[in-house]
Design a protein around this ligand. Sequence first.
Ligand code: ADP
Length: 267
Amino acid sequence: MTNYGTFNNPNNRAPYAKKIIAITSGKGGVGKSTTSVNIAIGLAQEGFKVGLLDADVYGPDIPRMLGVAHEKMRWSDEDKIIPSENYGVKIMSVGLTTPDDDTPLVWRGSVATSALIQFLDDVAWGELDYLVIDMPPGTGDVQLTMAQELPISFAIMVTTPQSVSCDDVGRAIRMLKESHITIAGIVENMSFFIAPDTHKRYDIFGSGGAKQLAKRYDLQVLGTIPIEMEIRERSDQGTPVIATGSEEIKQRYKNIIHKIYSQKENV
Ligand code: ADP
């Protein structure tokens, strides 16, 4: 059994960041990257200096979602990697290191974690108020390395309403708790759908999942985000909803962001 207690005193590979937020999920496809992007931009809109590290090494979607997928990695004269930047957020992802968008990554876990450590050590992030990390789903090597190498200020768990019945979420929450990482709360994504023509609400993935999880694990629900076509469309276009979308959705993200930056050091 992994002894998560060894992560009591992590290294600090990112002394340039005042706070480090890990955005996590039990499984893939729940909207973790979408949430990471909108939270990072939302914090930048509040005037904070923000970096976004795409640690989802096997599905690095962040460059596309932020409209920088065409950019390639650049090095400065001081031999530092220059991060991409858009919407006021500095961005680093293995997606920026591959020659084509569809280059397959067949790395072993150890190579993936070495790449992330290099991104922490060798990227010219500058001083940051927040380093937001889009973690891979689940509880693998990357999560363990991050918990070992960074003093994560807090984690945010992204779920869909039906995830409550999913063991993966419970496992991910327990891993964070056993690694002594504070969980700021749960974002329930794809919470409900309002039909644009009839305005009728449909609970496509069930309802109340985050509330039940929060109760079971003694956590707070930071907010709920509906299923909205514009969230998907704007992500695909690289123009995230918090920067370019409708006021209603922006406000939902802003309420979550407000709860995040009003957290005390250790929540
Ligand atoms: P993950 O990072 O958990 O794998 P993504 O953020 O990549 O998930 O989201 C998976 C897909 O679902 C993407 O196509 C994204 O645009 C879409 N998506 C995420 N959240 C929503 C939402 N609230 N409404 C509509 N589509 C969404």
